[in-house]
Design a protein around this ligand. Structure first.
Ligand code: FAD
Length: 483
């Protein structure tokens, strides 16, 4: 075993076997969190990674995109500097923007290196594949190592989903990786898909001066969100100059010319649209191929690994978490699944004193970080009605929020949904300035089965965006003060 990579026990590869209590395959927010928790519980732990520690989240997902979105915010602040009493101009420099984003990602990945070292977790770099029960073969540069683990946790994540009509060539038809590392700024971009990834890139590129068209197959943008949120985002994006086509499908892409020509089937017939590049942002495909699942008989269903509430697969001793299992493909979901999985192993091995609680997938916060930001948790209005609840809905416009007005960002609203009979908090759907910072309150309150009484009896600081959650609840129960 040799040490490289800043003193972290990255292992040199030769033909020998290493044995551990827990081996984690993949080091994203699922994998590295699982490894740390396992080490904390006293398990001898190793983690295997083929690319960069931190996975998609830190290297190609959550973090580098947020760096790009910060640039977009600065650009927009400069555009509107006059309204803050400042004379300022600025020109976005694409290469410097990309360089900053990559630098932030790099720093965060190095942070995981530090955490592995701190927690005495062995890092094995290379492509890992289950070869038999408790055994993973790791290959790097033609050399093979066998890593043995009593418990193996698969956390191989996902990649950009490819549609047959949108084969990615990495240059003109691109996925999210290329979208955050293009060599030059495109003059125009077609973004296919209006989920979180699509709208974040759409907002970023539009902010720095690229002509953006978003094409969405479903009738509304950000399709998983509450109807009102989708309408508000569409209105705001159009105001910012982004073109949006809903109920539309890209059926073919011609890349033979200088850029791309997309054939789009819309409700009004077929149309053709030209752009420098086309970003396919139509979801995530789990990385489940070539990792030996078939060898061990690990069951999968619709492209994801089948697991129970403790993330045990169909094969005892093999677990799976994160984007490669069913559930929301989000970093905080992967991390929570990691903790539950490892604590269940710890409980079974008498290293942890209680069985973990199963994750409630209906109380997962979801955030989108374009402007206006979107944050939601729990039932949408439609889902609450479909579930048979008699509901009370309160909507508080941020135009009535002192904090939002002072910030010059008075767009959007906070909408809360309560059960009329017992006052159970069913959901929150927010769009506007900094709303991603207020959603954890709803998640905690729902976990505690809090009713509107407790929330209205809790003082919210003024002026904040979080006080507008209380305002929305007051609206729901006919007690509004500020509206
Ligand atoms: C552009 C973008 C923006 C996003 N923004 C957000 C956000 O703001 N908030 C949020 O919550 N989520 C966001 N996500 C989603 C989030 O990144 C994922 O849900 C999260 O990274 C999943 O974590 P994971 O641990 O399951 O897998 P990943 O992060 O995908 O990590 C899997 C790791 O396993 C490694 N690996 C795979 N196969 C092997 C193998 N055979 N051998 C060795 N190593 C292997 C991969 O190299 C990778 O490092 C975003 C995603 C994208 C693409």
């Amino acid at each position: 075993m040799g040490a490289t990579g800043g003193g972290v026990p990255f292992l040199n590869h030769s033909i020998f076997t290493m044995a551990y209590d827990v081996v984690v395959l993949g080091s994203g927010p699922g994998g590295y969190v699982a490894a740390i928790r396992a080490s904390q519980l006293g398990f001898k732990t190793a983690i295997i990674e083929k690319e960069s520690l931190g996975g998609i989240c830190l290297n190609w997902g959550c973090i580098p995109t947020k760096a790009l979105l910060k640039t977009a915010q600065v650009v927009n602040d400069i555009k509107h500097a006059e309204s803050y009493g400042i004379e300022a101009t600025g020109t976005p420099k694409f290469d410097a923007i990309i360089k900053r984003s990559r630098g932030v990602a790099d720093k965060m990945s190095k942070g995981v290196t530090f955490l592995m070292k701190k927690n005495k977790i062995d890092v094995v770099m290379g492509f890992g594949k289950l070869v038999s029960k408790g055994k993973i073969e790791v290959e790097k540069d033609g050399q093979k190592t066998t890593v043995e683990g009593k418990h193996i946790i698969i956390a191989t994540g996902g990649r950009s989903r490819e549609l047959p009509a949108l084969k990615q060539d990495g240059k003109k038809v691109i996925g999210y990786r290329e979208a955050m590392s293009l060599p030059t700024q495109p003059k125009s971009i077609i973004v296919v898909g209006s989920g979180a990834i699509g709208v974040e890139f759409g907002y970023f590129y539009n902010s720095i001066g690229t002509k953006v068209t978003i094409v969405e197959f479903l009738p509304k943008v950000v399709p998983v969100e509450d109807e009102d949120i989708s309408k508000e985002l569409e209105k705001n994006f159009k105001k910012q100059g982004i073109d949006i086509l809903v109920n539309s499908e890209v059926t073919a892409v011609d890349t033979s010319g200088a850029g791309v020509v997309a054939t789009i089937k819309t409700a009004d017939g077929e149309t053709k649209l030209e752009a420098d590049v086309l970003l396919s942002a139509v979801g995530v495909t789990a990385n489940i191929e070539g990792i030996g699942l078939e060898t061990l008989g690990v069951k999968t269903d619709r492209g994801r690994i089948t697991v129970d509430k403790n993330y045990q697969t169909s094969v005892p001793g093999v677990y799976a978490i994160g984007d490669c299992v069913p559930g929301q493909a989000l970093a905080h979901v992967a991390s929570k699944e990691a903790i539950i999985c490892v604590e269940a192993i710890g409980y079974a091995e008498k290293k942890f004193n209680h069985a973990p609680e199963a994750l409630d997938y209906n109380n997962v916060p979801g955030c989108t970080y374009c402007y206006p930001e979107i944050a939601s948790a729990g039932y949408t209005e439609k889902q609450a009605k479909e579930a048979g609840y008699d509901i009370k809905v309160g909507k508080f416009p941020l135009s009535a929020s002192g904090k939002a007005s002072a910030a010059g960002h008075a767009e959007g609203f906070i909408k809360v949904i309560f059960d009329a009979k017992y006052g159970e908090w069913l959901g929150t759907h927010a769009i506007g300035y900094n709303v991603t910072e207020i959603i954890a309150q709803t998640v905690t309150a729902r976990k505690l089965e809090t009713t509107h009484h407790e929330v209205l009896n809790s003082i919210h600081p003024h002026p904040t965006i979080s006080e507008s959650v209380k305002d929305a609840i007051e609206v729901a129960f006919g007690e509004a003060i500020h509206l």
